[in-house]
Design a protein around this ligand. Structure first.
Ligand SMILES: O=C(CO)[C@H](O)[C@H](O)COP(=O)(O)O
Length: 224
């Protein structure tokens, strides 16, 4: 079993003091910074771009930055984010005209690549590209906003994708995003996820370490 990774979504961080808040959550034990990019076109919200990613690197953040592109079109953002210090870039397959080309662009930029599936997006987009994936992200809410409730049918979809990953033999992380909390992270992991994006569950609490520790103890129950 690969180590579980906790990736706080900075969508719920304090943007007025982002560098400090990202440092705080990493010092509290988070593994990866999840960076939500929304364009008010593919999703009905507008957030942050490559300049903010670069600002975090310049501030001194060395942890992996996992850029989740909720934008359409996709390709012209890839190089910008790679140069800004992204470690992983994921995008939604229906937001690009040329799925394989977008994945290749990410790989050529030196970043890890992933595909993101909304709750209603079919899994057939995985056909023919599994060998190019480092991450598959299943959205457990409809994208655009933090603080929504986990959609239970994601558990079945996670089990399906986990089987596909195992059958493929490729080293692909299975990430989940939306409504992940201390009280459901165990069943989400049992369904196959190994990388957990959580925004409001962490940043809306005063003690980030306490929440991350509680998440890790729920996950440890599966490891024992
Ligand atoms: O991509 C996202 C929304 O599109 C967010 O990462 C996600 O919703 C996390 O927020 P929360 O943990 O509060 O549900």
């Amino acid at each position: 079993m690969r180590p579980f990774l906790i990736a706080p979504s900075i969508l719920s961080a304090d943007f007025a003091r982002l560098g400090e808040d990202v440092d705080a959550v990493l010092n509290a034990g988070a593994d990866v910074v999840h960076f939500d990019v929304m364009d008010n076109h593919y999703v009905p919200n507008l957030t942050i771009g490559p300049m903010v990613c670069k600002a975090l690197r310049d501030y001194g953040v060395t942890a992996d930055i996992d850029v989740h592109l909720m934008v359409k079109p996709v390709d012209r953002m890839i190089g910008d984010f790679a140069r800004a210090g992204a470690s992983i870039i994921t995008f939604h397959p229906e937001a690009t005209e040329h799925l394989d080309r977008s994945l290749q662009l990410i790989k050529e930029s030196g970043c890890k690549a992933g595909l993101v599936f909304n709750p209603g997006t079919p899994l057939h987009y995985l056909d023919h590209v599994m060998d190019k994936l480092d991450v598959i992200l299943l959205m457990s809410v409809n994208p655009g906003f933090g603080g929504q409730s986990f959609i239970p049918s994601t558990l079945d979809k996670l089990r399906q994708v986990k089987k596909l990953i195992d059958a493929s033999g490729f080293d692909i992380r299975l990430q989940v995003d939306g409504g992940v909390k201390v009280d459901n992270i165990g069943e989400i992991a049992a369904a196959g996820a190994d990388m957990f994006v959580a925004g409001s569950a962490i940043f809306n609490k005063p003690d980030y370490k306490a929440v991350i520790d509680e998440m890790r103890s729920e996950l440890a129950k599966l490891e024992s």
